[in-house]
Design a protein around this ligand. Structure first.
Ligand code: G3P
Length: 218
């Protein structure tokens, strides 16, 4: 399972990259706004800066909602850097844009996916990634991880190549559940990734190893 970090914060992206297990980055307009990145040129520069930090795919989302605007913006974003994957919302125009961009050899990430039917359309349009938002489903008392499992089964059954990118991950247990469900990618906050490191028996064991070493070595 690949690990992407879901942030536009350069320090957090660097920290995850330094850990040596990072496979990519996802951003969205809310995450860019959270970092105070505004204005077309600043946004472009920020995407380039992210691409310089990481080796893997970097999702950059279109703002347009109409087909013509989406493909124009998508082509511009894709031209910024070979690592850019164009993130397109799950709408009628979005599906058409994904089909067009795929035909041009541009990789896409279909975002704001909340049902298996939407994921089916994304795969048929040729999306590189589909992003079901599991945390937001959990927020409305619907099982987000169950949707990941359903989409994974459907894609495997029909042989779709679209990768299931579990998004809106809120905590470490979500990562474990997405792994069990067979997600290709989990895009996570840094805190959820770092949470995987923790186990009290590791801390206790290390403390004892060091104490025993000191007993004989001083
Ligand atoms: O990857 C999508 C993600 O950024 C949305 O997360 O926590 O706003 O639902 P959240």
């Amino acid at each position: 399972m690949k690990f992407f970090i879901d942030t536009a914060n350069l320090d957090q992206i660097r920290e995850a990259q330094d850990l040596g297990v990072l496979d990519g980055v996802t951003t969205n307009p809310s995450l860019m706004a959270k970092e105070g990145i505004k204005g077309e040129q600043n946004i472009i520069n920020h995407y380039k800066a992210i691409c310089e930090i990481v080796d893997g795919d970097v999702s950059a989302e279109v703002i347009s909602t109409d087909y013509a605007g989406m493909i124009k913006e998508g082509e511009k974003l894709a031209a910024l850097h070979p690592q850019i994957v164009v993130k397109v919302p799950m709408t009628k125009d979005g599906i058409k844009a994904i089909k067009y961009l795929t035909g041009k050899g541009i990789r896409t990430n279909c975002t704001l996916v909340f049902s298996a039917g939407q994921a089916l359309l994304a795969a048929k349009a040729g999306a590189t990634y589909v992003s079901p938002f599991i945390g937001r489903l959990d927020d409305i008392s619907t099982d987000g991880v169950a949707l990941i499992a359903q989409i994974v089964d459907m894609y495997n059954f029909y042989g779709f190549e679209t990768q299931v990118l579990a998004a809106s991950i809120r905590h470490t247990m979500h990562i474990i559940q997405c792994m069990e469900a067979g997600a290709d990618v989990a895009t996570c906050p840094l805190s959820a990734i770092l949470g995987l490191l923790n186990h009290p028996l590791t801390d206790i064991g290390l403390e004892k190893f060091l104490a025993d070493y000191k007993k004989v070595n001083g």
